[in-house]
Structures are given as C-alpha cells and as structure tokens.
Design a binder for this molecule. Structure first.
Ligand SMILES: NC(=O)C1=CN([C@@H]2O[C@H](COP(=O)(O)OP(=O)(O)OC[C@H]3O[C@@H](n4cnc5c(N)ncnc54)[C@H](OP(=O)(O)O)[C@@H]3O)[C@@H](O)[C@H]2O)C=CC1
Ligand SMILES: O=C1CO[C@H](CO)[C@@H](O)[C@@H]1O
Length: 326
C-alpha cells in the first residue's frame, strides 16, 4: 500500500506515516529500522535526545546497500536539543548529528522544544543526565528563538537540511518566527491525540502552510507507568484504546484501536510517527490508510478532547521543573 505524501512549504515531500525512534534501544535500533524499511516505512523520526541516530542511520545505510531503497526514498527527521540553541552550538550539533546518520543530509530538522538550556558538552554527559548541568539543575540560557531559527536557516543554506521546522511550539512563537523567517516553517510536531486535539493550533498551522505531525498518537499508553503528575491527570479516564468512539470504530472497520487513532489523524492530514519495538505492531501501524471513517465518526473521536497534555519535560524532571506549557 503506498504511503501518502504531505507537500511541505519548502517544496519537499514528507510521508504521512513514519516511524518514531524515541525509546528504541541503541542495541536494536539498526535492525528495527532495517525491518521497518522492509515492511514499507520511509520516514524515521529521530532526535539527538533519543541517542540512537548513529544506529538508525546504520539500519538505513544497510537497506540502501542491500538495494531495498535509495537515499532519496527515505525521509529523515531529526531535532536539535535544548542545550544547543546558541548559533555556534546548533551548527556544530547539526553537523555531528548529520554525520551520525551518515546519509549526506537531513530531510527535516526541527527545534525540539522552545526552551534554551545552558550548553553542556555532549562528550561529558551520559544519557539521561546529560541535560542537567554540573550544579544538578536544568539551567535556562538566554538564547532567543530567533538566534536558533537563524541557525536552522543556515542548515538549509549549506545543504545540511532540506526543510526546517519546530516541535512543541504554540501559535505565538510560530507567528513570531514568521515575522523574520527567510525559510518557511515547513513542519510543526506536537502532542496530538483525541485527549489533546488542539484544533485551533491545527487550524493556524493549516492556514499558514505548516504541516503538522502528531506524536504520542495513543495518548498515555499505560497510566500505570506514568510519572505521578501524569497519572493524576489521567485518573478516571479510560485509555484511548478503550474509549467508546475508538473501540466501536475499530470493531466496525475490523482494525485495532491503535489503527483507528492513527487513521483519525491521517484522515485529517496530520502525519503520524508511531514507534513499536514489536514487529507485528510495527507493521500494523503502517497499515492505517486503507479505511475511511465517516465525518461523524471522526468528530465523535475529536469529541473526546479534554486538553489533556501528557508530555511536558517538567513532568519528567520533578526536581528540575521545566514546564514549557505553563
Ligand atoms: N517532539 C517531541 O517532543 C516528541 C516526539 N515524539 C516522537 O513520536 C514518536 C511516537 O511517540 P510516543 O510518545 O513514543 O508514542 P507511540 O506512538 O510510540 O506509542 C507509545 C507506545 O505504544 C505502543 N504501541 C505502538 N504501536 C501499538 C499498537 N499498534 N497497539 C498497541 N500499542 C502500540 C508502543 O510500545 P511497543 O514498542 O511495545 O509496541 C509504544 O511504546 C516517538 O518515537 C518520537 O519519535 C514523542 C514524544 C515527544
Ligand atoms: O521527544 C521526546 C519525548 O518526550 C521527552 C520528554 O519530554 C523528551 O525528553 C524526548 O526528547
């Protein structure tokens, strides 16, 4: 089944369904990515923070050398981490990340979060503590978004990146960037699932030619594993897989609730990047364009919206609050 394409403002094309690399272990990333290519994935969503870019790149390079794909068939998204927002750091990190992938260029480079933290030498820190400074704190730095955006534009000018965009930004910052951008904001990656539908942000993006990619399409996957701040938000509401309009659509179309959640996004032209370390779920998540829900069904799922956000870095760092959506 062919994977539909989203046309980006840069003029390049991005697959509508891709594979997310967060929590894909370094040890298995090359094989997972290779297998994902074999079943048809053509977009990989990475980040410096995921610490597996080199291994993901290895999987892609093997698929190229085995003749499964050509470089231009695959779309790589990656992200600039918060400690590298200063222009010189952003350029150095992008170069390092691009070398780790080993594919010549990055298709889409995003600013991961709209917050700058003090520089930390990437050679001196080990994940996950590496974004915490010597004093044991998450230390903000005074770097305006404009400086970082202009560094991203340099990546396009020099051919390191084909398209650039942002993640976890809201409308105010998008409007602001647009006042000085030389290169368009091609994409916005956000938490997007029926419990956090963000319809106004989607509309703003649509009106401004910014493609939207959803992350965490299944919402909080298991409330039991959530840090306390998340668990409190989730108390008393069903997992999205069990929520009524999702479960009934799954039964009607003979697909899984996960496929319904992904289709709810793609049918509304929102790209998705689910991750799975399980081969059968990996395959199932790609097979999400072969059925069409009715407008009423899409609306019923959108009706689950409760403005419930589950991914704010502050929740992961209870001793070092960094609530960027406060
Ligand atoms: N820009 C940003 O700040 C962020 C970006 N992301 C990106 O988005 C990607 C996806 O987001 P993420 O939050 O990890 O959520 P996922 O969409 O990957 O879903 C979370 C969990 O659901 C399980 N799962 C996957 N497919 C199915 C299925 N068909 N049925 C049941 N369970 C399933 C997976 O476990 P299993 O492996 O066991 O199948 C996975 O760990 C990330 O990998 C990353 O690339 C994510 C968060 C923030
Ligand atoms: O993309 C990601 C998923 O969310 C995490 C917590 O906010 C981030 O650390 C990570 O980079």
């Amino acid at each position: 089944m062919s994977n539909p394409i989203v046309k980006l403002a840069s003029g390049h094309e991005m697959p509508l369904v891709g594979f997310g690399l967060w929590k894909v272990p370094k040890e298995t990333a090359a094989e997972t990515v290779y297998n994902a290519i074999k079943v048809g994935y053509r977009l990989f969503d990475g980040a410096y923070d995921y610490q597996n870019e080199k291994e993901a790149g290895e999987g892609i390079r093997k698929a190229i050398s085995d003749g499964l794909i050509k470089r231009e068939d695959v779309f790589i998204t990656t992200k600039l981490w918060n400690n590298y927002h200063r222009k010189e750091h952003a350029l150095a990190m992008a170069k390092k990340q691009n070398e780790a992938w080993g594919l010549g260029y990055i298709d889409l480079f995003l600013i991961h979060f709209p917050c700058a933290l003090k520089y930390i030498d990437p050679e001196l820190r080990r994940y996950p503590a590496w974004w915490i400074d010597d004093a044991g704190t998450v230390a903000p730095d005074n770097v305006p978004i404009r400086e970082t955006w202009e560094a991203m534009e340099t990546l396009v000018d020099t051919g390191l990146a084909r398209s650039i965009g942002v993640s976890n930004f809201q409308a105010q910052s998008l409007y602001d960037i647009q006042t000085y951008a030389r290169h368009p904001i091609s994409a916005l990656q956000i938490e997007h699932h029926p419990y956090l539908a963000q319809p106004e942000l989607l509309q703003m993006a649509r009106e401004n030619g910014i493609a939207v990619t959803a992350y965490s399409s299944f919402g909080p996957q298991s409330f039991l594993e959530l840090p306390p701040a998340f668990a409190r938000r989730a108390a008393g509401i069903p997992l999205l897989f069990d929520a009524e309009p999702v479960a009934s659509a799954a039964a009607k179309y003979e697909v899984t609730p996960a496929q319904v959640l992904l289709r709810w996004a793609t049918q509304r032209n929102v790209a998705v990047i689910p991750k799975s370390n399980n081969p059968s779920r990996l395959q199932q998540n790609l097979d999400v364009i072969g059925f069409e829900m009715t407008a009423e069904e899409l609306e019923a799922i959108s009706g689950l919206d409760r403005g419930l956000r589950f991914n704010d870095p502050g929740f992961y760092l209870p001793n070092h609050p960094l609530h960027i959506f406060a």
